[in-house]
Design a binder for this molecule. Structure first.
Ligand code: GRG
Length: 347
């Protein structure tokens, strides 16, 4: 693995376009809920590469393909290559994961709706400036309907509660300009009730602090203008202690570094204005050393297999460190800054 690495942007673009094609070749386990349309160019090459549809990445991505689309397409946009895919065909596919009866999106065609995929669908539509295809109130009602009496959110009709879902609900409703459909104060109170003595946040009250959940809680508080609930120095200290000897960041004490925390930790540090407490040079080297420079893609740690999740969060981390040639990302909405500005300046 090269030490003096540079970002292999072209290879990553090629890798993402290939993964997008391969993963959408996977046959949905259930018949599509919406009448199928002829295969689009976004789907066509994948439909013809029969040997690839059983690939490991294709199989593990099957149920979370909408998340995968968000990771891959946002990466393309960060690298100024969103035009490598056909916008209309992507939008058609996104809408084929929509459930008009509930207003939510499933992770793939024929899969049950969940807030996780509903946010990804909204985010991808934001990338393409195509929120116009949505029945915005119907989608917003689906999300708002998942708020519980204590202000928390469930992920779907089965009721699991997690601060991930609080963030997702607030982010989705904010992007749709529909925050007024929920009790925002109660949502904030629930998130604050998940704060720990170490300054971090967990998945629910009393849950262990974890960088992923911290991103969700800090993001939720940022979106609602409630960052005053955070002790910035205490949380900043916990977060910057996530930097390991190898330069990478871990998600909690005593764990190995993983490229994805370059996003979960750094975005939180940016939101509380403590990102300068990280050694950016060492972290940049760690991320770049996790690249497959030949075939594209980024892995969790050097010399491991690449995947689209770590490719996105590695490049997202570089974006937050202002790496040349990578667009700036908004740390709260997890979308390119120009996209977020377009959404909020348009109104
Ligand atoms: C729009 C960016 C964006 C996110 C949507 C789904 C979501 C909201 C946030 C997920 C936050 C989260 C919990 C991230 C952590 C993911 C992760 C790598 C979990 C692994 O945890 P462990 O305990 O691994 O298995 P460690 O690294 O602690 O060993």
């Amino acid at each position: 693995m090269a030490d003096e690495a540079e970002l292999a942007a072209d290879q990553h673009v090629r890798y993402i376009v290939t993964v997008e094609k391969v993963t959408s070749a996977a046959t949905p386990p259930f018949p599509p809920r919406v009448p199928s349309t002829p295969p689009s160019a976004f789907q066509r090459p994948l439909l013809s590469s029969a040997q690839k549809k059983d690939s490991f990445e294709s199989l593990v991505m099957e149920h979370i393909r909408l998340n995968g689309a968000y990771w891959g397409l946002t990466t393309l946009d960060l690298l100024h290559k969103l035009h490598a895919v056909d916008a209309a065909e992507v939008v058609d596919w996104i809408m084929s994961c929509y459930h008009p009866e509930s207003g939510g999106f499933g992770g793939n065609v024929g899969h049950d709706p969940h807030v996780l995929y509903t946010l990804s669908a909204v985010q991808v539509l934001c990338l393409f400036d195509r929120l116009d295809v949505l029945d915005v109130d119907k989608v917003a009602d689906y999300v708002a309907g998942l708020q519980n009496k204590d202000g928390s959110f469930s992920g779907d009709i089965w009721g699991e509660v997690d601060t991930r879902f609080s963030y997702i609900a607030l982010c989705t409703l904010s992007l749709l300009h529909r925050l007024h459909k929920i009790d925002v104060q109660k949502a904030v109170d629930f998130v604050v009730s998940c704060k720990n003595l170490d300054g971090g946040f967990g998945a629910m009250p009393g849950g262990e602090s974890h960088a992923g959940q911290i991103f969700c809680c800090v993001g939720a508080l940022a979106i609602t203008g409630s960052l005053h609930h955070i002790d910035r120095d205490l949380l900043g200290w916990w977060l910057c202690e996530r930097q390991c000897k190898d330069g990478g960041l871990n998600g909690r004490p005593e764990k190995l570094a993983d490229v994805c925390y370059s996003w979960w930790v750094l975005s939180s540090l940016v939101m509380i204005d403590r990102v300068h407490w990280i050694d950016k040079e060492k972290l940049t080297k760690f991320i770049l050393n996790c690249q497959d420079k030949e075939n594209g893609g980024i892995s969790d740690r050097p010399d491991n297999a690449v995947d689209i999740y770590h490719t996105y969060f590695g490049i997202a981390g570089l974006s937050l460190m202002e790496y040349p040639g990578v667009k700036p990302l908004d740390p709260a909405y997890a979308l390119p800054l120009d996209v977020v500005n377009r959404i909020f300046l348009k109104k």
